[in-house]
Design a protein around this ligand. Structure first.
Ligand code: FAD
Length: 400
């Protein structure tokens, strides 16, 4: 059996895994990055890059597509669908703490491909597609992993293994870890279209959260497309949800027009709020969706995964190159577990609730809270920093 000896085996080349592998390779760590699929998945997923994530990608020299193809979104808005009241938030107010005082709207696959292609050129990285991790076991000195390739099963021996293998992570399952949390009752339905939705709402920005107790909506602009996210009843079949009839009704209600809206994608998905009990067990670590899942309200999933990966990368470089203690991986666990629980989970649960709240006292309270936030410069800055994920990075750095 072929055996590969590397310092780090990284499983899963989504945006989180590829960025982490690139960080390690750039620091001279020998890393094998394996992916069970082919390069080139273009499904509709994350589209919002927050300022600290853009900084991390830019520092690695892989923000070219973001900067040249992405849409600069300095302003995002919360709108009430019934009253049409709008609260705008301008990230330009953070220009003193970041060179990117805006979100960039760009589909995650464009960035993931740029990162994976750059990684393949690094001398200390081996990148392999159509390779699936099937089993691993660890001892005091390292981890042995068995990987299925199209022709054979190959063995990897690594000092550390990183599971960046997404929501159904086999690495997490092999560690037999709890993944506590819950799944929302309704499904989320996502469309993309070239239709000029901006003509139907006054003053729309590139990122819009439109709350409504009956049918909330998230409208996100990406290059050449609008993405529309709405809730869908759990007891309606996927075939009905994906039908032209459902699509036509939805856009008729939204646009108040009988225009035919042609969609490019229609996707249904279930949304979970879960955090793994341990981000690191011995020499095996989890990052990204393998470690946590959350509602897309706020655009934190992929961004927080990349923050996990850079945090872990820094620890592994210190351990493998600078004489740092192996116990640093437990600090990675403490830092990322805590901010994922305290910030990402709490905030996305809150954001999701806010979208569908009301009518009545709770909705009025939310309106008052939003108005106060929007009007008070100190509160607004704290809100902008938190939503841009600066605060969670500062909080993590303070955990020993
Ligand atoms: C509709 C939607 C909208 C979203 N919007 C946002 C947003 O605006 N902002 C945001 O931050 N997040 C958003 N998210 C979440 C975001 O897409 C995920 O958090 C992100 O894709 C996680 O990246 P990842 O690299 O951890 O996992 P993935 O992208 O799932 O990548 C995991 C990779 O591992 C591979 N793999 C799995 N098992 C194995 C194995 N055994 N061996 C080898 N390879 C394996 C898979 O093929 C896959 O390529 C959204 C998600 C959805 C569904």
């Amino acid at each position: 059996m072929i055996t590969h000896d590397v310092e780090v085996l990284l499983v899963g080349l989504g945006p989180v895994g590829s960025t982490t592998a690139l960080y390690l390779a750039r620091h001279g760590i020998s890393v094998a990055a394996i992916e069970c699929a082919a390069l080139g998945a273009t499904d509709l997923r994350a589209s919002t890059f927050h300022p600290p994530t853009i900084e991390m990608l830019d520092d690695l020299g892989v923000a070219t597509k973001l900067k040249t193809e992405g849409l600069i979104a300095p302003r995002y808005q919360h709108r009430d669908r019934k009253t049409n009241e709008v609260f705008n938030f301008d990230m330009g107010e953070l220009a003193d703490i970041t060179r990117f005082p805006y979100r960039i709207q760009c589909e995650q696959h464009r960035v993931a491909h740029e990162v994976a292609e750059t990684l393949a050129l690094e001398g200390t990285a081996q990148v392999a597609y159509h390779q699936r991790l099937v089993f691993m076991e660890q001892d005091e000195d390292g981890v042995t992993a068995w990987v299925e390739t199209p022709l054979a099963v190959e063995k990897y021996r690594a000092k550390y293994v990183i599971g960046a293998d997404g929501a159904s992570s086999i690495v997490r399952k092999l560690l037999d870890l709890d993944f506590p949390g819950f799944t929302y009752n309704d499904k989320f339905l996502c469309y993309s279209t070239e239709y000029p939705i901006e003509n139907a709402f006054e003053g729309l920005s590139h990122v819009n959260y439109i709350s409504d107790p009956e049918e909330w909506m998230v409208l996100l602009r990406v290059p050449g497309l609008w993405r529309v996210l709405v809730p869908a009843a759990n007891d309606v079949s996927d075939a009905t949800l994906l039908s032209d009839a459902t699509k036509n009704e939805l856009f008729r209600r939204m646009l108040k027009s009988d225009d035919e809206v042609v969609t490019r994608h229609r996707t249904i998905y279930r949304v979970h709020q879960r955090v793994v009990s341990q981000f690191a067990v011995g020499r095996v670590c989890l990052i990204g969706d393998a470690a946590h899942l959350n509602s897309p309200m706020g655009g934190f999933g992929m961004n927080s995964g990349i923050h996990d990966g850079i945090n872990l990368g820094e620890k592994l470089v210190r351990i493998l190159r600078q004489g740092g203690d192996h116990a640093l991986v437990q600090q990675f666990h403490r830092q990322r577990h805590q901010v994922t629980t305290d910030f990402v989970q709490t905030q996305t649960i809150d954001n999701t609730k806010m979208m569908r709240e009301g009518p009545g006292a709770a909705r009025e309270l939310r309106r008052e809270r939003m108005a106060k936030l929007n009007a008070d410069a100190t509160l607004r800055r704290a809100f902008l920093k938190r939503q841009a994920m600066f605060t969670s990075l500062e909080d993590a750095a303070a955990i020993v």
